[in-house]
Design a protein around this ligand. Structure first.
Ligand code: F6P
Length: 324
């Protein structure tokens, strides 16, 4: 293997730049030519591909976002789109790919490998942490800390006005951000897609808290089974039937996706990036380079996409215990 290419795809996450940097510098260190592909699969189809050197990735390790930009490509979902992408890569003699992204990215990479056989290794880049085969995904730690900082600030004003706040965090299909920011931020409740929310219990507890605790924080993952934070707040307000209580909703949104990555995300991104290049050189393919129990492991894309990564049961238990 002489030439490899790296790209980022799907939702960006803080630490992707550290991962790109590690891929480029590991590749060069091991004697490879490393190309960058702009805008994920879109750029692959358009041939927006350029040769990188070690200076191409200077001064990016501390930055959020991704220097290679990202996109969600509908064209790559078509056989024609993938054929064009293959032709672009072949024209440059690219023999290996590093795909940094989440389950959508890996689904595309798996199909592409099965059709055209270009060895591909993924690195888990998503704030959601919902990828099987790695304890944490690149960007999750930064996103949780961003959410936590916001929750701390909301708590100040919630307490000052004795209000009940519903804070909506990201997580379409997974409650990792909600649970960890909820535990860290001392939330009264956390509502996540993985568990059924018992609203009557929430309402009764909020009523009973009235005597000794007049402000509350409820963290809602955007993908909760009952709907978004606005919707849940309206139902709770209706059920509590107490005009003296005030309810507010704060949706944190895309601020969770940006910002300077934490040390954990930089190190995780760097280790996964190095692992991806070394894996390609060792002949591995169609798998993801992740960290489990602080060791580098390669997990087949089929498992990363197909297996469900559960919330830690201790985290769910803690939410119940800490709320008494
Ligand atoms: O998958 C990462 C994520 O940030 C989810 O938490 C969120 O639901 C989604 O991406 C938002 O995607 P977009 O930026 O395309 O609106």
């Amino acid at each position: 293997m002489k030439k490899i290419a790296v790209f980022t795809s799907g939702g960006d996450s803080p630490g992707m730049n550290a991962c790109i940097r590690a891929v480029v510098r590991t590749g060069i260190f091991r004697g490879l030519e490393v190309y960058g592909i702009n805008r994920g699969y879109e750029g692959m189809i358009e041939g927006d591909i350029f040769l990188m050197n070690s200076h191409s990735v200077s001064n990016i390790v501390q930055r959020g976002g991704t220097m290679l930009k990202s996109a969600r490509s509908s064209e790559f979902r078509t056989p024609e789109g993938r054929k064009t992408a293959y032709e672009q890569l072949s024209a440059l003699g690219i023999e290996g790919l590093v795909a940094i992204g989440g389950d959508g990215t890996f689904t595309g990479a798996k199909i592409f490998f099965e059709e055209y056989g270009i060895p591909t290794i993924g690195c888990p880049g998503t704030i959601d942490n919902d990828i099987y085969g790695t304890d944490y995904t690149i960007g999750f730690d930064t996103a949780v800390n961003t959410a936590l900082e916001a929750i701390d600030k909301i708590r100040d004003t919630a307490a000052a006005h004795d209000r009940i706040f519903f804070v909506e965090v990201m997580g379409r299909d997974a409650g990792f951000i909600a649970v960890e920011s909820g535990i860290g931020g001392g939330a009264e409740f956390v509502m996540v897609p993985e568990t059924q929310t018992d609203l009557n219990m929430v309402v009764n507890t909020l009523k009973s808290h009235r005597e000794f605790r007049s402000s509350s924080i409820i963290v809602v993952a955007e993908g909760d089974d009952l709907g978004n934070a606005d919707h849940i707040m309206a139902i709770v307000k209706e059920k509590i039937q107490d005009p003296t209580r005030e309810f507010k909703v704060t949706t944190l949104g895309h601020i969770q996706r940006g910002g300077s990555p934490t040390a954990r995300d930089r190190v995780l991104g760097s280790r996964c990036g190095m692992g991806a290049v070394d894996g390609l050189i060792a002949g591995k393919t169609n798998c993801m380079s992740g960290l489990m129990n602080n060791e580098l492991v390669y997990t087949p894309f089929a498992d990363c996409i197909g297996k469900h990564k559960p919330l830690h049961p201790d985290h769910l238990a803690l939410m119940e215990i800490l709320n008494i």
